[in-house]
Write a protein that binds this ligand. Structure first.
Ligand code: NZQ
Ligand code: ZN
Length: 386
């Protein structure tokens, strides 16, 4: 096992009716900026619960944080904070609203010029941030219990990730009933994103870490079992609760302790979203199956473990077990309604070079757990996904 630091200060309030408890988690005299997206929280009653729980606190609203939150929109909130009397941020929504709020929290106190520099330095230049909490309505990203965020600058089509230990939420409310109104597309996206998060941390090479491996395998098995149930029975509380906790645990730092991490699929996926607006999870479903096929030799030992423990494949040659395991995973993505080929999104061979050029611009020249995913390898992966 590798050396590691594990630090996670986020207070989780889990379960039905827990939005009311933010009353205790936010200072009584806080001046709150309430941030949300395109309005789903107004249709499903979450907004009313939040306003009731905030009681007499001063509340300013900022709406319109879009999926794949943009620097351009987020800077408008930074402006409101600089001119207003705000000392606490409350994000209500999915990963985009929470990620956007993290950026706003850091940008509002940033002293190094244009806050876009936070993204260019991937957060290494963040020294402080406003305190914030979150109320999650879409289990997927893990943003509710980690210190990372992804922000797009639309004017230059750049989607970059940052992280900083100053950007953990103070608390996050996970009430599974808030997810009942998710459309099937977002249920599928959420399960696939969480699945791929686990794979980025698990499917590398062995370092004798049975605890982390078995946690990761437990999460994968749960996503495979519960995901289709959420599509079939959207109002099943236990299914929603299990998916919600699973997605949080998939990217809160626990399963990455002491193990190598990949993230090449995510880096290529971010370019596909920036260039073509494809949903985050859709990009991962396109890239990961081909990524595993192209890098089969480097990942052989873990692929065999994945085949045996996740898909119960114990017979036949090593290669056939690996190939079947990858195909089963791809079938699972499709079963969750997330298509897995570039052509499903109307992209073809001509669209590959611009993705490679964007990776080059963003210095993604040698990615993956062994830094051996060069631009040539990324190209092979995309060619296999046509
Ligand atoms: O904007 P509203 O009206 O709220 O609608 C949203 C949005 O259209 C809707 N939605 C959310 N909760 C709902 C709901 N609709 C009905 N009922 C509900 N309860 O869902 C749509 C998508 O929301 P979004 O927040 O964009 O989705 P997601 O949570 O998948 O977040 C994706 C973003 O997170 C980033 C992605 O790159 C992408 O920008 N990621 C963040 C990570 C992190 N912070 O650690 C890691 C991930 O790998 C990922 O990169
Ligand atoms: Zn992701």
């Amino acid at each position: 096992m590798l050396n590691f630091d594990f630090y996670n200060p986020t207070h989780i309030l889990f379960g039905k009716g827990r939005i009311a408890d933010i009353h205790q988690a936010i200072p009584a005299d806080a001046k709150v900026l309430l941030l949300y997206g395109g309005g789903s929280i107004k249709q499903n009653g979450v907004f009313d619960q939040v306003i009731a729980a905030l009681g007499n606190r001063s509340v300013t609203e900022f709406s319109g944080i879009e999926p794949n939150p943009s620097y351009e929109t987020l800077m408008k909130a930074v402006d409101i904070i600089k001119h207003g009397n705000i000392d606490f941020l409350l994000a209500v929504g999915g990963g985009s609203v929470i990620d956007g709020t993290k950026f706003i929290a850091a940008a509002a106190l940033f002293e190094g010029g244009d806050p876009w520099a936070i993204m260019e330095k991937h957060g290494r230049n963040v020294t402080k941030a406003l305190p914030f909490g979150s109320i999650l309505t879409l289990p997927a990203t893990g943003s509710e219990m980690n210190d990372g965020g992804v922000v797009t600058r639309q004017s230059i089509k750049a989607k970059l990730a940052f992280s900083s230990r100053h950007c953990f939420p103070k608390f996050s409310v996970l009430d599974p009933t808030t997810t009942y109104t998710l459309p099937p597309r977002q249920i599928g996206n959420g399960a696939v994103d969480a699945f791929v998060h686990v794979m980025e941390q698990y499917l590398t090479y062995p370092v004798n870490s049975p605890v982390q491996d078995r946690f990761a395998e437990g999460l994968l098995k749960t996503l495979i079992e519960e995901g289709p149930k959420a599509l079939a029975n959207p109002q099943d509380y236990d299914v929603r609760a299990n998916l919600m906790w699973c997605a949080t645990m998939a990217l809160n730092g626990l399963i990455s302790t002491g193990v190598p991490q990949d993230w090449a699929t995510h880096m290529i996926g971010h370019e596909l979203t920036a260039l073509h607006g494809i949903d985050h999870a859709q990009t991962l479903a396109i890239v990961l199956p081909s990524m595993l096929r192209v890098r089969k030799e480097a990942k052989r030992a873990k692929l065999l473990q994945f085949a045996e423990r996740i898909w119960d494949l114990r017979e036949g040659s090593e290669d056939s077990r690996i190939d079947t395991a990858i195909s089963r995973m791809q079938d699972y993505f499709e079963q969750m309604g997330v298509k897995t080929r570039l052509s499903d999104y109307h992209l073809g061979a001509d669209d590959i070079s611009p993705v490679i050029a964007a990776l080059e611009t963003h210095r993604m020249l040698t990615i993956g757990e062994k830094r051996d995913v060069t631009l040539d390898v990324s190209r092979q992966v995309l060619e296999l996904s046509l």
